[in-house]
Design a protein around this ligand. Structure first.
Ligand code: SF4
Length: 246
């Protein structure tokens, strides 16, 4: 068994507790207009390659000392980690038995019943919520958000620590009405999750050029520190718990 990945990134500190290795798995059901990892959207491009499971396991085992000393472990990311469910399950089962701290970053588009046993083995689940309005979600990512909202609710009941990540982008969701609607949805439907607001960044443009893809919409703007502070305070005012792994 094996799967398609972009890379393994050691010494990562923004994707869970401690020092971690992030496994960037290829393939994604979304096509976000601001995506900074366009090479992760498909499994068929020059920046993606096939790896055998054994090879990944060997590389992860070589980092074990860093996980032990820092409380870190392995984070499955992408692209979309759940887009290769068998590969994800196989790696998760092995690393869970090894006793590693496990985290996953997901866009929320997955078959919950299929993924549930794998998600239950995680120590931390990051799930994105990019827009609360179904039409706008479709406009900016290619599909509406009905499955994502459903999966946020179901996953929040698994008993695993969960962080809903909102990439904040002026021109997409960076306005009081949209941010407040996201908070209200979470407060009502998944009150135990934590929230991480991530300001949009414009990294990754060179990858679009390399892959001969159209560059992201230049009208998207980065929120400033004052705006981010305002929305974090708004969340706390709603009784929601804000976290940051940056
Ligand atoms: S979910 Fe992530 S990897 Fe997939 S298209 Fe959106 S930003 Fe890119």
């Amino acid at each position: 068994m094996g799967g398609y990945i972009m890379q393994l990134q050691n010494f990562s500190v923004n994707d869970g507790e401690g020092i971690r290795t992030v496994i960037f798995m290829a393939g994604c059901p979304l096509s976000c207009a601001w995506c900074s990892n366009p090479e992760g959207q498909t499994q068929n491009n020059p920046l993606v390659h096939w790896v055998e499971t054994e090879e990944v396991v060997k590389k992860i085992h070589s980092q074990a000392i860093f996980y032990r000393f820092s409380g870190g472990g392995v984070t499955f990311s992408g692209g979309e980690a759940t887009s290769q469910p068998q590969f994800l399950k196989e790696l998760t089962d092995i690393f869970y038995d090894d006793g590693y701290n496990l985290a996953i970053e997901t866009c929320g588009v997955f078959n919950f019943d299929l993924l549930e046993p794998t998600l239950k083995k995680m120590n931390l689940i990051f799930m994105d919520l990019k827009h609360i309005d179904p039409e706008k979600h479709k406009l900016f990512t290619g599909i509406d958000n009905s499955l994502i909202l459903e999966n946020i609710i179901k996953t929040s009941k698994l008993g695993v620590e969960m962080v809903v990540r909102v990439p904040v982008i002026i021109g997409v969701n960076g306005d009081d009405h949209t941010i407040k609607s996201i908070f209200e949805f979470l407060k009502e439907n998944a009150p135990n999750v934590k929230i991480e607001l991530l300001p949009y960044h414009k990294f990754g443009e060179e990858k679009y050029i390399e892959l001969e893809m159209e560059l992201p919409d230049k009208n998207f703007e980065i929120p400033d520190a004052q705006q981010m502070k305002h929305w974090r305070e708004m969340a706390m005012g709603e009784g929601l718990q804000i976290v940051s792994y940056l």
